[in-house]
Design a protein around this ligand. Structure first.
Ligand code: NAP
Ligand code: HSE
Length: 432
């Protein structure tokens, strides 16, 4: 056996993920040392805001509130950034790279807005930046795309990449409860972010799909490139109509590589129960990928939580240490070398579900179908339910149509005097 060598690690942040990382390194120490050619991994300093906060298992003497004690420490080889946020996290990562340290981060907010600058800086510094935990927690999706299915051209990545909204939509589907009521439960269980807006308005999922699209299509995609719609307009009525179409509703991050360009969007989606993502429930995340050799594959797992997220962070750490042991310091951090067009949402093609309240009398349906026909929107199926006061509820599924045409049809329908209100308009993934 070789002599034991020590790799020193600086941990920035010791909250949910940071404590998970510390605990996992203790828990599986006996596995890591032999697989790393007798290398011992040691967290030597930990940056926090509040040094007096109670942190079970974490030795108090490792804590500091001075980032420079870690970033300027010549003995530290690798920095794990799990403080979150964009400003300080970015400053610390840049400084660490310039000081010759490798980086592991779980920071989706930062990687969704400035990955390319950081990855380039890493390349220039000859140091690695790994960020597996930034998307879908424990699911090894970044390394799968970067390495395991590199042999393919990826055409589509589609995922349930926000646990909070999956929990909410699952409860709405299974228990007939409304969104506000379930959101409260998600917050009490600690699934939602402190401010749940980024979960339910789709921003959290948008950050993650931007990261995945960049890696899958070798084209830098940032948060601003993503079309985003959250789930706040989804009602139990929509979920119940979805059941009648043998479907469910999920908030999906969808990235498609078309001949006309790349489309990257996040929105509630009507999904047939036969789709592999349809039965992924509660806080679970899942990602479905299509490639030109493997066909399709789906990865399912825990998208958040202390140890599940630490699982991805520590795996990145081990990969870096394995490379260091083979004297490989640099890593092709950046894989975005194309400048493929990013499509506007109005130019994309999707199926739609539309629900509206209409007058219950003759010629109503013909006026509505005329408005669709005027805008080249073809109808797939229709359900009509009688309501009180001479009203009816009409739910229509369309064929795959140009989004621009559907929006024009919606305006025309809204202006019909026989239509009282359009209650919802949801995209649908019928073909896969
Ligand atoms: P968290 O529980 O809020 O922990 C953040 C930690 O960073 C705390 O220990 C805090 O110190 C410290 N910190 C924050 N700002 C600091 C600053 N300016 N200077 C010094 N210390 C600072 O957050 P988390 O849930 O662990 O998330 C960390 C990162 O992982 C985020 O980027 C998040 O998006 C990502 N992530 C989280 C999950 C998850 O399940 N939680 C999943 C995937 C990815 P104090 O403890 O003293 O306040
Ligand atoms: N709030 C996020 C979620 C945490 O619900 O998925 C993990 O990024």
């Amino acid at each position: 056996m070789n002599k034991v060598q020590n790799i020193k690690i600086g941990l920035l942040g010791c909250g949910t993920v940071g404590q998970g990382v510390y605990n996992l390194l203790q828990m599986n120490r006996d596995k890591y040392q032999p697989v790393l050619n007798n290398t011992n991994l040691e967290i030597t300093k930990i940056l926090v805001n509040d040094i007096n906060k109670k942190r079970p298992n974490i030795p108090q003497e490792l804590l500091t509130t001075d980032p420079d004690e870690i970033l300027n420490d010549e003995n530290i080889d690798i920095i794990i950034e799990v403080i979150g946020g964009t400003t300080k996290a970015q400053d610390y990562i840049k400084k660490a790279l310039l000081n010759g340290k490798h980086i592991v981060t779980a920071n989706k907010d930062l990687m969704a807005i400035n990955a390319q600058e950081l990855l380039d800086l890493g390349n220039k510094a000859g140091r690695q930046i790994r960020y597996e935990a930034s998307v879908a927690g424990a699911i090894p999706i970044i390394s799968t795309i970067k390495e395991n299915i590199l042999s393919n051209k990826i055409t589509k990545v589609m995922g349930i990449i926000n646990g909070t909204t999956n929990f909410i939509l699952t409860k709405m589907f299974n228990e007939d409860r409304d969104l506000k009521d379930v959101l409260k439960e998600a917050q009490e269980l600690g699934y939602a972010e402190a401010d749940p807006t980024s979960d339910i308005e789709g921003l959290d999922a948008a950050r993650k799909i931007a990261v995945l699209a960049s890696i899958a299509f070798n084209r830098s995609v940032v948060l601003n490139d993503v079309y985003v719609e959250g789930i706040t307009a989804i009602s139990v009525d929509d979920v119940n109509y979805a059941k009648l179409f043998n479907s469910t509703i999920k908030l999906l991050g969808i990235a498609v590589n078309n001949e006309q360009g790349i489309e990257v969007r996040v929105h509630p989606t009507l999904l047939p129960m036969s789709h592999p993502l349809a039965k992924v429930d509660d806080v679970y995340n899942a990602i479905y990928i299509e490639g030109n050799a493997f066909g399709d594959l789906t990865l399912i797992g825990k998208g958040a939580g202390s140890l599940p997220t630490a699982s991805a962070v520590v795996a990145d750490l081990l990969s870096i240490v394995k490379d260091m042991n083979r004297n490989i310091f640099s890593y092709e951090n950046r894989s975005c070398y194309l400048d493929t067009e990013i499509m506007e949402i109005e130019d994309t093609l999707t199926h739609f579900y539309i629900r509206m309240i209409v007058l219950d009398r003759t010629r109503v349906l013909s006026k509505i179908t005329e408005a669709f026909a005027d805008n080249d929107v073809s109808i797939d199926s229709v359900i009509q339910k009688k309501l009180e006061n001479n009203l009816a509820e009409l739910v229509i599924l369309t064929d795959k149509v140009l989004n621009k045409n559907m929006m024009n049809a919606k305006v025309q329908i809204e202006n019909l005097e026989v239509v009282k209100e359009i209650k919802s308009l949801i995209r649908s993934e019928k073909e896969y």
